[in-house]
Design a protein around this ligand. Structure first.
Ligand code: SF4
Ligand code: SF4
Ligand code: FES
Length: 192
């Protein structure tokens, strides 16, 4: 076992675990969007940031990616972390105010969507990639991918058409943190 502290509390986890895994094991809440235990973490959303002191310096890291080590000190609710979390959520709800799930998460941290209406109001995909990875790693299909670049980047299938490889397992719908996969399937059906 590896011994460390989270919020000045002594905790332990197995070698190879991430900070997020240890925190959850001990009932310490860290918000996440792009993480699911069934797929490899990607570090896409940065909402799970925590502050760590590894004996050399204090810095912020993504807890879903950072492996624990003996003597590590972790803080999940420091002022710095709360500010970063609020800042990320503010950006997400401003950009995707149509997602009820994001709204609820943002409200939990005291963040309100601004009155500014984003050009992507209807689009609630935060491009976290969880659906793409789950289709590949859990369903073993891999018919979802990212298409386009920059502001036009989106989750897609080959030729934007319903994929003949899709087995309709619903894994992507289940893991999507914003409800965007439902929009996606409606859109793909609409062009079929
Ligand atoms: S429903 Fe289709 S697209 Fe979604 S995870 Fe399953 S196989 Fe992939
Ligand atoms: S559709 Fe959902 S799971 Fe897929 S990238 Fe967008 S927000 Fe993430
Ligand atoms: S949950 Fe860790 S970066 Fe998204």
């Amino acid at each position: 076992m590896v011994h460390l502290t989270i919020n000045d509390r002594e905790v332990s986890g197995q070698d190879g675990w991430t900070i997020l895994e240890v925190a959850r094991e001990h009932g310490i809440d860290i918000p996440t969007l792009c993480q699911h235990g069934a797929v490899e973490p990607s570090g896409a959303c940065r909402l799970c940031m925590v502050e760590v002191d590894d004996g050399r310096r204090r810095r912020m890291v993504a807890s879903c990616l950072y492996p624990i080590r003996a003597g590590l000190k972790v803080w999940t609710e420091s002022d710095r972390i709360q500010n970063v979390r609020r800042w990320i959520l503010q950006m997400l709800v401003d950009e995707h105010p149509g997602s009820e799930r994001l709204q609820v998460l943002a409200q939990t941290y005291g963040v309100k969507a601004s009155r500014f209406k984003s050009s992507r109001y209807e689009d609630v995909c935060i491009l976290c990639g969880l659906c793409v990875r789950a289709c590949e790693e859990v369903a073993g299909v891999g018919c979802l991918s990212f298409g386009n670049r920059g502001v036009h980047k989106e989750v897609t299938t080959s030729y934007h058409l319903p994929s003949p490889e899709c087995i309709g397992c619903g894994t992507c719908l289940y893991v999507c943190p914003t409800g965007a996969m439902e929009q996606f399937f409606n859109r793909v059906r609409a062009v079929a």
